[in-house]
Design a protein around this ligand. Structure first.
Ligand code: SF4
Length: 493
Protein backbone atom coordinates (compact mmCIF):
# COMPACT_ATOMS: atom_id res chain seq x y z
CA UNK A 1 0.00 0.00 0.00
CA UNK A 2 2.75 2.41 1.01
CA UNK A 3 4.76 1.75 -2.13
CA UNK A 4 1.72 2.40 -4.36
CA UNK A 5 1.43 5.96 -3.07
CA UNK A 6 5.07 6.92 -3.48
CA UNK A 7 4.91 8.16 -7.07
CA UNK A 8 3.18 11.48 -7.77
CA UNK A 9 2.61 11.64 -11.52
CA UNK A 10 2.15 15.43 -11.53
CA UNK A 11 5.67 15.74 -10.06
CA UNK A 12 7.03 13.99 -13.13
CA UNK A 13 4.89 15.66 -15.77
CA UNK A 14 5.88 19.19 -14.79
CA UNK A 15 9.45 18.64 -15.95
CA UNK A 16 8.69 17.00 -19.30
CA UNK A 17 9.28 19.12 -22.37
CA UNK A 18 6.58 18.58 -25.02
CA UNK A 19 5.59 15.45 -23.13
CA UNK A 20 9.10 13.98 -23.49
CA UNK A 21 11.88 13.36 -21.00
CA UNK A 22 15.52 14.15 -21.80
CA UNK A 23 16.63 10.60 -22.62
CA UNK A 24 16.18 9.74 -26.28
CA UNK A 25 17.91 6.40 -26.83
CA UNK A 26 17.81 6.65 -30.64
CA UNK A 27 19.38 10.09 -30.53
CA UNK A 28 22.18 8.85 -28.25
CA UNK A 29 22.98 5.96 -30.58
CA UNK A 30 22.78 8.30 -33.54
CA UNK A 31 25.32 10.68 -31.95
CA UNK A 32 27.64 7.79 -31.16
CA UNK A 33 27.48 6.44 -34.70
CA UNK A 34 27.74 9.83 -36.44
CA UNK A 35 30.91 10.56 -34.47
CA UNK A 36 32.45 7.13 -34.81
CA UNK A 37 35.53 8.18 -36.83
CA UNK A 38 36.65 11.43 -35.21
CA UNK A 39 39.45 13.39 -36.76
CA UNK A 40 42.58 13.96 -34.63
CA UNK A 41 42.45 17.73 -34.92
CA UNK A 42 38.73 17.79 -34.12
CA UNK A 43 39.50 15.87 -30.90
CA UNK A 44 42.30 18.27 -30.03
CA UNK A 45 39.86 21.17 -30.50
CA UNK A 46 37.42 19.49 -28.11
CA UNK A 47 40.20 19.00 -25.55
CA UNK A 48 40.98 22.70 -25.83
CA UNK A 49 37.34 23.55 -25.19
CA UNK A 50 37.34 21.35 -22.05
CA UNK A 51 40.49 23.04 -20.84
CA UNK A 52 38.62 26.35 -20.98
CA UNK A 53 36.21 24.77 -18.44
CA UNK A 54 33.29 24.68 -20.84
CA UNK A 55 30.82 21.81 -20.76
CA UNK A 56 30.88 19.77 -23.96
CA UNK A 57 27.96 19.13 -26.30
CA UNK A 58 26.68 15.60 -26.95
CA UNK A 59 28.37 15.38 -30.36
CA UNK A 60 31.72 16.31 -28.82
CA UNK A 61 31.38 13.78 -26.01
CA UNK A 62 30.34 11.12 -28.52
CA UNK A 63 33.49 11.88 -30.53
CA UNK A 64 35.71 11.52 -27.43
CA UNK A 65 34.06 8.20 -26.61
CA UNK A 66 34.99 6.94 -30.07
CA UNK A 67 38.70 7.75 -29.94
CA UNK A 68 40.83 4.70 -30.71
CA UNK A 69 44.23 6.28 -31.04
CA UNK A 70 46.17 5.62 -27.81
CA UNK A 71 48.30 8.72 -28.32
CA UNK A 72 45.13 10.82 -28.26
CA UNK A 73 43.95 9.05 -25.13
CA UNK A 74 47.23 10.01 -23.47
CA UNK A 75 46.53 13.63 -24.39
CA UNK A 76 43.04 13.28 -22.93
CA UNK A 77 44.40 11.81 -19.67
CA UNK A 78 46.78 14.74 -19.39
CA UNK A 79 43.97 17.20 -20.09
CA UNK A 80 41.81 15.51 -17.41
CA UNK A 81 44.57 15.99 -14.85
CA UNK A 82 45.04 19.59 -15.98
CA UNK A 83 41.32 20.39 -15.68
CA UNK A 84 41.24 18.90 -12.22
CA UNK A 85 44.20 21.00 -11.17
CA UNK A 86 42.64 24.16 -12.61
CA UNK A 87 39.20 23.67 -11.05
CA UNK A 88 39.95 21.76 -7.85
CA UNK A 89 43.70 22.05 -7.38
CA UNK A 90 45.64 18.97 -6.23
CA UNK A 91 43.35 18.09 -3.37
CA UNK A 92 41.23 15.04 -2.77
CA UNK A 93 38.19 15.30 -0.54
CA UNK A 94 37.41 12.42 1.82
CA UNK A 95 34.07 11.19 3.09
CA UNK A 96 32.63 8.10 4.77
CA UNK A 97 29.46 6.26 3.84
CA UNK A 98 27.01 5.25 6.56
CA UNK A 99 24.41 2.62 5.72
CA UNK A 100 21.40 3.07 8.00
CA UNK A 101 19.08 0.37 6.72
CA UNK A 102 18.89 -2.55 4.32
CA UNK A 103 15.10 -2.85 4.37
CA UNK A 104 13.89 -2.31 0.83
CA UNK A 105 10.62 -2.66 -1.08
CA UNK A 106 12.37 -2.83 -4.46
CA UNK A 107 13.61 -5.75 -6.51
CA UNK A 108 16.74 -4.49 -8.29
CA UNK A 109 18.31 -7.60 -9.75
CA UNK A 110 21.90 -6.46 -9.12
CA UNK A 111 21.48 -5.56 -5.45
CA UNK A 112 21.89 -7.58 -2.26
CA UNK A 113 19.23 -5.49 -0.50
CA UNK A 114 16.40 -6.39 -2.92
CA UNK A 115 13.36 -7.63 -1.09
CA UNK A 116 13.46 -11.17 -2.50
CA UNK A 117 17.02 -11.87 -1.32
CA UNK A 118 16.70 -14.48 1.47
CA UNK A 119 20.43 -14.28 2.35
CA UNK A 120 20.32 -10.68 3.53
CA UNK A 121 20.12 -10.10 7.29
CA UNK A 122 17.66 -7.19 7.53
CA UNK A 123 18.19 -4.38 9.93
CA UNK A 124 17.45 -0.70 10.46
CA UNK A 125 19.56 1.35 12.85
CA UNK A 126 18.00 3.17 15.79
CA UNK A 127 19.01 6.78 16.42
CA UNK A 128 21.32 5.62 19.21
CA UNK A 129 22.98 3.16 16.88
CA UNK A 130 23.37 5.88 14.24
CA UNK A 131 25.11 8.06 16.83
CA UNK A 132 27.36 5.16 17.79
CA UNK A 133 28.29 4.55 14.14
CA UNK A 134 28.95 8.28 13.75
CA UNK A 135 31.36 8.21 16.69
CA UNK A 136 33.40 5.51 14.93
CA UNK A 137 33.44 7.50 11.70
CA UNK A 138 34.59 10.61 13.59
CA UNK A 139 37.28 8.53 15.33
CA UNK A 140 38.73 7.67 11.93
CA UNK A 141 39.10 11.42 11.27
CA UNK A 142 36.17 12.08 8.93
CA UNK A 143 34.15 15.30 8.69
CA UNK A 144 31.76 14.37 5.86
CA UNK A 145 29.33 11.54 5.49
CA UNK A 146 27.10 10.13 2.84
CA UNK A 147 24.17 8.39 4.50
CA UNK A 148 22.49 5.58 2.59
CA UNK A 149 19.00 4.11 3.05
CA UNK A 150 17.00 1.41 1.27
CA UNK A 151 13.51 2.41 0.15
CA UNK A 152 11.04 1.39 2.83
CA UNK A 153 8.28 2.94 4.98
CA UNK A 154 10.47 2.46 8.05
CA UNK A 155 13.23 4.57 6.52
CA UNK A 156 10.96 7.31 5.17
CA UNK A 157 11.77 11.04 5.01
CA UNK A 158 10.98 11.51 8.73
CA UNK A 159 13.43 8.77 9.68
CA UNK A 160 16.03 10.31 7.38
CA UNK A 161 15.53 13.77 8.87
CA UNK A 162 15.91 12.34 12.38
CA UNK A 163 19.05 10.48 11.38
CA UNK A 164 20.62 13.61 9.86
CA UNK A 165 19.92 15.51 13.09
CA UNK A 166 21.35 12.62 15.14
CA UNK A 167 24.59 12.65 13.11
CA UNK A 168 25.06 16.42 13.38
CA UNK A 169 24.54 16.20 17.16
CA UNK A 170 27.54 13.91 17.80
CA UNK A 171 30.71 15.51 19.22
CA UNK A 172 33.66 13.30 20.06
CA UNK A 173 37.03 14.07 21.59
CA UNK A 174 39.75 13.61 18.97
CA UNK A 175 41.94 10.51 19.14
CA UNK A 176 45.17 12.44 19.69
CA UNK A 177 43.43 14.59 22.31
CA UNK A 178 43.86 17.91 20.52
CA UNK A 179 40.34 18.84 19.52
CA UNK A 180 36.73 17.76 19.20
CA UNK A 181 35.55 15.90 16.12
CA UNK A 182 32.15 16.11 14.49
CA UNK A 183 30.51 15.55 11.13
CA UNK A 184 30.20 18.91 9.43
CA UNK A 185 28.32 17.87 6.34
CA UNK A 186 25.75 15.10 5.87
CA UNK A 187 24.98 14.12 2.27
CA UNK A 188 22.44 11.46 1.49
CA UNK A 189 21.88 8.73 -1.04
CA UNK A 190 18.23 7.78 -0.94
CA UNK A 191 15.30 6.85 -3.15
CA UNK A 192 13.46 9.50 -5.16
CA UNK A 193 10.97 11.41 -3.03
CA UNK A 194 8.20 13.95 -3.39
CA UNK A 195 9.08 17.64 -3.17
CA UNK A 196 7.32 17.82 0.21
CA UNK A 197 9.51 15.04 1.64
CA UNK A 198 12.64 16.60 0.19
CA UNK A 199 11.78 19.86 1.94
CA UNK A 200 11.91 18.00 5.27
CA UNK A 201 15.51 17.01 4.50
CA UNK A 202 16.44 20.49 3.41
CA UNK A 203 15.11 21.88 6.70
CA UNK A 204 17.47 19.71 8.76
CA UNK A 205 20.53 20.70 6.76
CA UNK A 206 21.07 17.98 4.16
CA UNK A 207 24.21 18.57 2.07
CA UNK A 208 24.22 16.93 -1.34
CA UNK A 209 21.33 14.71 -2.43
CA UNK A 210 22.49 11.76 -4.52
CA UNK A 211 20.32 9.60 -6.77
CA UNK A 212 21.86 7.30 -9.36
CA UNK A 213 19.79 6.47 -12.42
CA UNK A 214 21.61 3.08 -12.58
CA UNK A 215 21.01 2.83 -16.36
CA UNK A 216 19.68 5.38 -18.84
CA UNK A 217 18.36 2.62 -21.13
CA UNK A 218 14.67 2.54 -20.24
CA UNK A 219 13.87 -0.96 -21.59
CA UNK A 220 16.72 -2.47 -19.66
CA UNK A 221 15.76 -0.34 -16.64
CA UNK A 222 12.30 -1.96 -16.71
CA UNK A 223 13.83 -5.45 -16.72
CA UNK A 224 16.30 -4.75 -13.93
CA UNK A 225 13.67 -3.11 -11.70
CA UNK A 226 10.67 -5.41 -12.06
CA UNK A 227 8.75 -4.26 -8.97
CA UNK A 228 8.42 -1.47 -6.44
CA UNK A 229 8.49 2.31 -6.89
CA UNK A 230 11.92 2.08 -8.43
CA UNK A 231 10.42 0.45 -11.52
CA UNK A 232 9.24 3.92 -12.66
CA UNK A 233 12.08 5.23 -14.84
CA UNK A 234 10.84 8.82 -14.96
CA UNK A 235 10.13 9.12 -11.23
CA UNK A 236 13.83 8.48 -10.74
CA UNK A 237 14.95 10.55 -13.72
CA UNK A 238 13.39 13.67 -12.20
CA UNK A 239 14.27 13.01 -8.54
CA UNK A 240 16.90 15.74 -8.59
CA UNK A 241 14.67 18.21 -10.40
CA UNK A 242 12.23 17.89 -7.50
CA UNK A 243 15.11 18.32 -5.05
CA UNK A 244 16.01 21.57 -6.74
CA UNK A 245 12.44 22.77 -6.33
CA UNK A 246 12.62 21.76 -2.65
CA UNK A 247 15.61 24.08 -2.17
CA UNK A 248 18.40 21.45 -2.30
CA UNK A 249 20.81 22.81 -4.87
CA UNK A 250 23.76 20.41 -4.54
CA UNK A 251 22.78 17.40 -6.57
CA UNK A 252 24.64 14.24 -7.45
CA UNK A 253 23.97 12.02 -10.44
CA UNK A 254 25.44 8.63 -11.30
CA UNK A 255 25.08 5.41 -13.24
CA UNK A 256 25.93 1.85 -12.29
CA UNK A 257 28.48 0.83 -14.88
CA UNK A 258 28.33 -2.80 -15.97
CA UNK A 259 24.57 -2.93 -16.55
CA UNK A 260 24.75 -1.60 -20.11
CA UNK A 261 27.12 -0.18 -22.74
CA UNK A 262 29.44 2.27 -20.97
CA UNK A 263 29.54 4.74 -23.83
CA UNK A 264 25.75 4.99 -23.82
CA UNK A 265 25.69 5.58 -20.04
CA UNK A 266 28.26 8.39 -20.30
CA UNK A 267 25.98 10.05 -22.86
CA UNK A 268 23.00 9.54 -20.51
CA UNK A 269 24.87 11.27 -17.69
CA UNK A 270 25.76 14.13 -19.99
CA UNK A 271 22.12 14.60 -21.05
CA UNK A 272 21.14 14.54 -17.37
CA UNK A 273 23.64 17.31 -16.60
CA UNK A 274 22.43 19.33 -19.60
CA UNK A 275 18.77 19.06 -18.55
CA UNK A 276 19.55 20.26 -15.03
CA UNK A 277 21.51 23.16 -16.51
CA UNK A 278 18.65 23.96 -18.91
CA UNK A 279 15.85 23.80 -16.36
CA UNK A 280 17.66 25.30 -13.33
CA UNK A 281 20.86 26.91 -14.56
CA UNK A 282 22.93 24.52 -12.36
CA UNK A 283 24.53 21.27 -13.37
CA UNK A 284 25.27 18.36 -11.02
CA UNK A 285 27.57 18.99 -8.08
CA UNK A 286 29.11 15.54 -8.52
CA UNK A 287 28.96 12.57 -10.86
CA UNK A 288 29.52 8.99 -9.69
CA UNK A 289 30.32 5.96 -11.81
CA UNK A 290 30.26 2.91 -9.54
CA UNK A 291 31.18 -0.31 -11.33
CA UNK A 292 29.00 -3.26 -10.52
CA UNK A 293 30.70 -5.63 -8.08
CA UNK A 294 29.65 -8.91 -6.52
CA UNK A 295 26.38 -8.63 -4.55
CA UNK A 296 24.81 -11.23 -2.29
CA UNK A 297 22.49 -13.59 -4.23
CA UNK A 298 22.81 -11.67 -7.52
CA UNK A 299 24.11 -13.63 -10.51
CA UNK A 300 23.94 -10.56 -12.72
CA UNK A 301 26.43 -8.76 -10.50
CA UNK A 302 29.21 -11.08 -11.70
CA UNK A 303 28.11 -12.32 -15.12
CA UNK A 304 26.78 -9.25 -16.93
CA UNK A 305 27.94 -8.99 -20.56
CA UNK A 306 28.62 -5.28 -20.00
CA UNK A 307 31.21 -5.55 -17.20
CA UNK A 308 33.63 -2.62 -17.71
CA UNK A 309 37.37 -3.39 -17.86
CA UNK A 310 39.91 -1.28 -15.94
CA UNK A 311 41.13 0.20 -19.21
CA UNK A 312 37.65 1.31 -20.30
CA UNK A 313 36.90 2.52 -16.78
CA UNK A 314 39.80 4.94 -16.93
CA UNK A 315 38.57 6.11 -20.33
CA UNK A 316 35.02 6.72 -19.18
CA UNK A 317 36.19 8.70 -16.16
CA UNK A 318 38.41 10.79 -18.42
CA UNK A 319 35.58 11.53 -20.86
CA UNK A 320 33.35 12.60 -17.98
CA UNK A 321 36.15 14.82 -16.65
CA UNK A 322 36.45 16.49 -20.05
CA UNK A 323 32.73 16.66 -20.77
CA UNK A 324 31.57 18.25 -17.51
CA UNK A 325 34.75 20.01 -16.34
CA UNK A 326 33.12 21.96 -13.51
CA UNK A 327 31.72 18.95 -11.67
CA UNK A 328 33.20 16.85 -8.87
CA UNK A 329 33.89 13.19 -9.72
CA UNK A 330 33.59 10.51 -7.04
CA UNK A 331 35.55 7.28 -6.97
CA UNK A 332 34.60 4.94 -4.14
CA UNK A 333 35.97 2.01 -2.19
CA UNK A 334 34.11 -0.34 -4.52
CA UNK A 335 37.31 -0.06 -6.55
CA UNK A 336 40.68 -1.57 -5.73
CA UNK A 337 43.38 0.82 -4.60
CA UNK A 338 45.48 0.59 -7.81
CA UNK A 339 42.68 1.68 -10.14
CA UNK A 340 41.47 4.28 -7.64
CA UNK A 341 44.90 5.84 -7.71
CA UNK A 342 44.91 5.91 -11.52
CA UNK A 343 41.54 7.58 -11.91
CA UNK A 344 42.28 10.09 -9.18
CA UNK A 345 45.18 11.18 -11.39
CA UNK A 346 42.90 11.76 -14.40
CA UNK A 347 40.39 13.87 -12.54
CA UNK A 348 38.50 12.41 -9.58
CA UNK A 349 37.95 14.83 -6.73
CA UNK A 350 36.41 12.79 -3.90
CA UNK A 351 36.81 9.37 -2.38
CA UNK A 352 36.01 7.37 0.76
CA UNK A 353 38.27 5.40 3.10
CA UNK A 354 38.00 3.38 6.32
CA UNK A 355 34.77 2.30 4.66
CA UNK A 356 32.29 -0.17 6.19
CA UNK A 357 29.01 -0.67 4.37
CA UNK A 358 27.37 -3.41 6.44
CA UNK A 359 24.48 -2.12 8.55
CA UNK A 360 26.15 -1.32 11.86
CA UNK A 361 29.48 -2.13 10.20
CA UNK A 362 31.57 0.52 11.98
CA UNK A 363 30.55 -0.61 15.46
CA UNK A 364 30.95 -4.31 14.61
CA UNK A 365 34.59 -3.84 13.71
CA UNK A 366 35.47 -7.53 13.94
CA UNK A 367 34.53 -8.19 10.33
CA UNK A 368 35.79 -5.91 7.57
CA UNK A 369 33.16 -7.15 5.17
CA UNK A 370 29.98 -9.19 5.58
CA UNK A 371 28.26 -10.23 2.36
CA UNK A 372 24.98 -10.88 4.15
CA UNK A 373 24.71 -7.32 5.45
CA UNK A 374 26.15 -5.40 2.48
CA UNK A 375 24.67 -4.10 -0.74
CA UNK A 376 27.81 -5.16 -2.63
CA UNK A 377 31.45 -6.11 -1.87
CA UNK A 378 34.21 -3.52 -1.50
CA UNK A 379 37.51 -3.46 -3.39
CA UNK A 380 39.31 -1.34 -0.80
CA UNK A 381 39.12 -1.61 3.00
CA UNK A 382 42.25 0.29 4.06
CA UNK A 383 42.11 2.88 6.81
CA UNK A 384 41.77 6.60 6.14
CA UNK A 385 45.23 7.14 7.55
CA UNK A 386 46.82 4.68 5.11
CA UNK A 387 45.01 6.12 2.11
CA UNK A 388 45.86 9.68 3.09
CA UNK A 389 49.51 8.71 3.40
CA UNK A 390 49.46 7.19 -0.05
CA UNK A 391 47.85 10.34 -1.47
CA UNK A 392 50.49 12.51 0.20
CA UNK A 393 53.20 10.33 -1.35
CA UNK A 394 51.90 11.26 -4.83
CA UNK A 395 51.61 14.94 -3.89
CA UNK A 396 47.85 15.07 -3.28
CA UNK A 397 46.62 16.92 -0.25
CA UNK A 398 43.67 15.38 1.60
CA UNK A 399 40.86 17.77 2.39
CA UNK A 400 38.04 17.65 4.91
CA UNK A 401 36.84 21.07 3.98
CA UNK A 402 33.15 21.90 4.23
CA UNK A 403 33.68 25.64 4.16
CA UNK A 404 32.20 26.34 0.75
CA UNK A 405 28.79 25.11 1.81
CA UNK A 406 28.85 26.92 5.11
CA UNK A 407 29.91 30.18 3.45
CA UNK A 408 26.92 29.90 1.09
CA UNK A 409 29.05 28.75 -1.85
CA UNK A 410 26.48 26.22 -3.11
CA UNK A 411 24.26 25.77 -6.14
CA UNK A 412 24.67 28.38 -8.84
CA UNK A 413 27.17 30.35 -6.72
CA UNK A 414 29.61 27.47 -6.48
CA UNK A 415 29.01 26.50 -10.12
CA UNK A 416 30.10 29.96 -11.26
CA UNK A 417 33.15 29.90 -8.99
CA UNK A 418 34.13 26.43 -10.23
CA UNK A 419 33.75 27.44 -13.85
CA UNK A 420 35.92 30.48 -13.25
CA UNK A 421 38.44 28.30 -11.33
CA UNK A 422 38.10 30.46 -8.20
CA UNK A 423 36.57 27.90 -5.85
CA UNK A 424 39.65 25.70 -6.20
CA UNK A 425 41.80 28.54 -4.90
CA UNK A 426 39.79 28.66 -1.67
CA UNK A 427 39.83 24.88 -1.58
CA UNK A 428 43.60 24.91 -1.59
CA UNK A 429 43.68 27.07 1.55
CA UNK A 430 40.95 25.13 3.33
CA UNK A 431 42.57 21.84 2.36
CA UNK A 432 45.77 22.97 4.11
CA UNK A 433 43.84 23.97 7.24
CA UNK A 434 41.69 20.84 7.46
CA UNK A 435 44.63 18.57 6.63
CA UNK A 436 46.55 20.15 9.49
CA UNK A 437 43.56 19.49 11.80
CA UNK A 438 43.48 15.87 10.65
CA UNK A 439 47.20 15.33 11.17
CA UNK A 440 47.12 16.83 14.66
CA UNK A 441 43.93 15.06 15.76
CA UNK A 442 44.04 11.67 14.03
CA UNK A 443 47.24 11.21 12.00
CA UNK A 444 49.72 8.43 12.73
CA UNK A 445 53.35 9.49 13.19
CA UNK A 446 54.23 8.19 9.73
CA UNK A 447 51.41 10.10 8.03
CA UNK A 448 52.14 13.21 10.06
CA UNK A 449 55.75 13.24 8.88
CA UNK A 450 54.93 13.10 5.19
CA UNK A 451 51.82 15.28 5.63
CA UNK A 452 53.69 18.13 7.33
CA UNK A 453 56.22 18.15 4.47
CA UNK A 454 53.42 18.42 1.93
CA UNK A 455 51.79 21.27 3.87
CA UNK A 456 55.09 23.18 3.87
CA UNK A 457 55.27 22.82 0.09
CA UNK A 458 51.65 23.92 -0.32
CA UNK A 459 52.14 26.99 1.89
CA UNK A 460 55.15 27.98 -0.16
CA UNK A 461 53.12 27.67 -3.36
CA UNK A 462 50.38 29.85 -1.89
CA UNK A 463 52.89 32.53 -0.88
CA UNK A 464 54.12 32.68 -4.48
CA UNK A 465 50.74 32.86 -6.20
CA UNK A 466 49.45 36.18 -7.43
CA UNK A 467 45.79 35.39 -6.67
CA UNK A 468 46.50 35.05 -2.94
CA UNK A 469 48.73 38.11 -2.88
CA UNK A 470 46.09 40.18 -4.69
CA UNK A 471 43.30 39.12 -2.32
CA UNK A 472 45.38 39.47 0.85
CA UNK A 473 44.81 35.84 1.77
CA UNK A 474 48.34 34.83 2.73
CA UNK A 475 48.35 36.57 6.10
CA UNK A 476 44.93 35.13 6.93
CA UNK A 477 46.06 31.62 6.03
CA UNK A 478 49.18 31.92 8.17
CA UNK A 479 47.17 33.26 11.08
CA UNK A 480 44.60 30.45 10.86
CA UNK A 481 47.36 27.86 10.49
CA UNK A 482 49.02 29.12 13.63
CA UNK A 483 45.74 29.12 15.55
CA UNK A 484 44.98 25.55 14.46
CA UNK A 485 48.48 24.48 15.52
CA UNK A 486 47.62 25.98 18.92
CA UNK A 487 44.46 23.90 19.23
CA UNK A 488 41.66 25.99 17.68
CA UNK A 489 39.42 24.13 15.22
CA UNK A 490 37.09 24.68 12.29
CA UNK A 491 38.65 27.87 10.92
CA UNK A 492 38.02 28.38 7.24
CA UNK A 493 38.16 30.90 4.39
FE1 SF4 B 1 16.71 -1.26 -2.79
FE2 SF4 B 1 18.51 0.44 -3.78
FE3 SF4 B 1 19.07 -2.13 -3.59
FE4 SF4 B 1 17.32 -1.36 -5.36
S1 SF4 B 1 19.50 -0.80 -5.35
S2 SF4 B 1 17.09 -3.11 -3.98
S3 SF4 B 1 16.36 0.33 -4.31
S4 SF4 B 1 18.68 -0.75 -1.91
Amino acid sequence: EWAKNVIKQEEIDKYLINGKDFIDEDLIWDKLSKNSEPDKEYIRGIIKKSLSITRLDPDETAALLNVRDEELWEEMYEAGAEIKRKVYDNRIVFFAPLYCSNLCVNSCTYCGFRKENPHEKRRILTMDEIKQETEHVIDAGHKRMIVVYGEHPQSDADYMAESIKAIYSVQKKAKNGNGTGSIRRVNINAAPMSTADLKKLWEVGIGTYQVFQETYNRDLYKKLHPAGPKSDFRWRLYALHRAMDAGIDDLAIGALFGLYDWRFEVMGLLYHAIDLETQFGIGPHTISFPRMTQASGSELSTNSEYIVSDEDFKKLVTVLRLSVPYTGLIITAREKSEIKKEVIQVGCTQTDASTRIGIGGYSEAAKLQDEEKQQFMLGETRSLDEVIREMAEIGKISSFCTAGYRCGRTGDKIMGLLQECVEGKFCKLNAILTFKEYLDDYGSDETKAIGEELIKKEMEEVRNMEFYQKHNLIGKLEEYYERISNGERDLYL
